[in-house]
Design a protein around this ligand. Structure first.
Ligand code: ROI
Length: 158
């Protein structure tokens, strides 16, 4: 079993409900347990002109390999009506593998630690609720340092 952190986001079709359904779907994955779920946070979209997002982070314990897990997450996104039209467009559900144990993965379909997580308060603050004291990312950056460099601005804890 390895510990994996998943970022969840939604800005369409009742985002809180989308996140709750996604967490139920994660709990049903084979060889996987949901070890924790953060609070939900609302924030404005980083791309202007979209509805506000609701974000959270879930901790999973799983034996699924990274690409198998990615396939499973994309199946959950598709189930919940995700349509991939524009790259940064609004979405019913976005599931990202943020961290996979302490592995650094650089494959065409999957980069871990997730490329954009280091400066995004809507990822870092929910993640911080779930990790132990002194936690470092797979690339050795201390989460405490990332948080210090990423103020809790524009985030609303729901
Ligand atoms: N903005 C917020 N607040 N939360 C997200 O999950 C999110 N996801 C995205 C873009 C459009 C970059 N903006 C976001 O993909």
């Amino acid at each position: 079993m390895v510990r994996v952190y998943i970022g969840l986001g939604s800005n369409l079709a009742n985002p809180q409900k989308q996140l709750r359904s996604a967490i139920e779907a994660l709990a049903l994955l084979p060889d996987t347990q949901v070890a924790g779920v953060s609070s939900f946070y609302a924030s404005d979209s980083l791309s202007p002109g979209q509805p506000r997002y609701t974000n959270a982070v879930a901790a999973l314990d799983t034996t699924l390999e990274p690409i198998a897990l990615l396939d499973a997450l994309q199946a959950i996104e598709a189930d919940q009506g995700r349509e991939r039209k524009e790259r940064w467009g609004p979405r019913t559900l976005d599931l990202d593998i943020l961290l996979y144990a302490d592995r650094v993965i650089d494959e065409p379909r999957l980069k871990v630690p997730h490329y954009h997580m280091h400066a995004r308060p809507f990822v870092l603050y929910p993640l911080a609720e779930l990790v132990p004291e002194g936690f470092r990312l797979a690339d050795q950056r201390p989460l405490s340092q990332l948080l210090a460099d990423c103020p809790f601005v524009g985030l609303e804890r729901l």
